[in-house]
Design a protein around this ligand. Structure first.
Ligand SMILES: Nc1ncnc2c1ncn2[C@@H]1O[C@H](COP(=O)(O)OP(=O)(O)O)[C@@H](O)[C@H]1O
Ligand SMILES: [Mg+2]
Length: 488
């Protein structure tokens, strides 16, 4: 019910926990008594900063919800994207400023979407890095799901270049160094971004650059579904279109590198290489990647080494791109030194070596076990430990590949268990053979007795073997030993 009088307005605001009755008492005399018109009293509350415009408008409409998400008190909306709105908010106890991202109404009824949103949020909580927007809390309130995160005082890269145009070269290099450092941290933990774009880069007034919305592309399910394939790895239409063009599906790491290149292009020229279209069919058209204006033409005055670096990040042949974000980070670090005032700009080729350095273990060899079921994880971990291996476990095949995207590799080999993962395990296993970057990663595909079709589709070679369960201890030991030795 809408408040009809100033007193009803005050009552509602107190009732909802937005103001205290003491604060209201003091406001009355300022407003000129309790019988003033509702609007006038509202204006007093605004002036005394007891309420924000956002809160007052809701109160005047008679809304009883939407003021708090968990302990965060919403102050006002700062932005909105395809599937969520973002608010500036204040924590009830600490008074800290936070950003609250709330799933839009039309998605809040979609159980899958809510789950995905919270799942990605939970995953994002594990990422703690100065160049990644920290997720503090994930929850449900007012019939919808929300994420509380660090509020970055500043603006998005997109807004920054819109206002100021191209950034100065050194500033852009510094920005890229920061972003690559955040992305490297995530890739090492098996998390790809899959939605890198100017509005997901927040540049603080202090000059820090932070990546926002890790993994949240997965929430936007309608995106890229047509080329999603069997593996569950949703990404935005932009990523899907790129991977359609290159013929490399689920190429998450290298797609992140491409779009990181697009961010560098945006920072250095002030224009997005792919245009600004909001139209979905235009954004999902693979041809837009062929129409990118070469940097040399767009910004002929850029130093050649900077230009070559960005061009190589955005190479349309994934194998010609930098192969890991660590390589890209190293190059930007060198560029920062070369272009520092008084530094010597080098003529070195921007290309970093693609061949990863193989890790040779001094002591126990490590294997990464990929298995979805928790129970089977325990059994297999036990089994492999008894064979003398240190075991890292992950439940997601794509994530395992991501963790092998930067060197040194996290383990000497991978054991994919297909019993629950099925074709997802097979695809990741085959990706190793298909991709020269993984040339030296040994792997075993474990299949159940009824999964012979998977076994037949597996691309085996010197380093890649299939084992059918029940698994014999000796078979496992011999296979692992032989592929690990073949690698060395
Ligand atoms: N942690 C944050 N701190 C400050 N502002 C943010 C934060 N996260 C998002 N924003 C703002 O909210 C806007 C909407 O974000 P989002 O819903 O992710 O859509 P998009 O990324 O497509 O712009 C962003 O463009 C940005 O201006
Ligand atoms: Mg965003």
């Amino acid at each position: 019910m809408q408040p009809q009088t100033a007193e009803q307005l005050a009552e509602l605001a107190i009732d909802l926990g937005l103001v205290t009755s003491e604060e209201v008492q003091r406001a009355w005399s300022d407003a000129g008594g309790t019988s003033v018109p509702t609007e006038q009293f509202g204006a007093t509350l605004l002036r005394r900063e007891l309420l924000t415009r956002y809160q007052l408008d809701r109160l005047l409409r008679g809304d009883r919800t939407g003021y708090f998400f968990g302990s965060a008190k919403i102050l006002y909306q700062v932005g909105a994207g395809a599937f969520a709105r973002v608010y500036r908010a204040q924590m009830r106890d600490s008074g800290d400023t936070v950003a609250v991202k709330v799933l839009r109404n039309r998605f809040s009824q979609d159980e899958d979407k809510c789950k995905e949103f919270r799942r990605e949020g939970e995953m994002g909580r594990l990422l703690r890095h100065p160049n990644i927007v920290t997720i503090e809390d994930v929850g449900e309130a007012n019939n919808t799901s929300y994420i509380t995160m660090e509020f970055v005082e500043g603006q998005t890269l997109r807004d920054l270049v819109k206002k100021r145009g191209a950034l100065e070269v050194l500033r852009a290099i510094d920005l890229m160094k920061q972003l690559c450092s955040g992305l490297e941290y995530a890739h090492k933990r098996g998390v790809t971004h899959r939605d890198l774009k100017g509005s997901n880069v927040l540049v603080s007034t202090m000059g820090a650059a932070k990546l926002a919305d890790f993994g949240l592309a997965a929430v936007d399910k309608e995106y890229g579904d047509e080329v999603l394939g069997r593996m569950h790895s949703p990404r935005t239409v932009e990523y899907a279109a790129l991977e359609k063009l290159t013929g490399m599906r689920n190429d998450n790491v290298r797609s992140d590198i491409y779009f990181m290149g697009a961010l560098a292009y945006l920072a250095l020229t002030g224009v997005s290489p792919l245009g600004d279209s909001r139209d979905r069919s235009a954004r999902s058209d693979p041809r837009r990647f062929l129409e990118v204006v070469p940097l040399a033409k767009r910004a002929p005055d850029l130093p050649a080494d900077v230009r070559e670096t960005v061009t190589m990040m955005m190479h349309l042949e994934p194998l010609e791109r930098y192969q890991s974000i660590s390589d890209v980070l190293r190059v930007f670090e060198e560029l920062a030194v070369a272009h520092a005032p008084g530094g010597k700009a080098t003529k070195r080729k921007a290309r970093a070596s693609i061949a990863p350095t193989a890790v040779t273990s001094a002591g126990q060899a490590r294997v990464m076990l990929v298995e979805r079921s928790g129970q089977a994880q325990d059994t297999l971990r036990d089994f492999l430990s008894k064979l003398g291996y240190r075991v890292l476990v992950t439940e997601n095949a794509q994530r395992a590949l991501t963790r092998f995207s930067s060197t040194p590799f996290p383990a000497e080999g991978i054991v994919f268990s297909a019993s629950k993962l099925g074709s997802e395990a097979l695809e990741a296993f085959n990706a190793l053979t298909a991709d020269p970057f993984y040339a030296k990663v040994p792997a075993v595909l474990l299949i159940g007795g009824r999964q012979t079709d998977l076994g037949e589709q597996a691309n085996c070679d010197e380093l890649r073997r299939v084992i059918t369960s029940p698994i014999e201890k000796t078979t496992m030991q011999e296979t692992l030993d032989s592929i690990l030795i073949a690698k060395a």
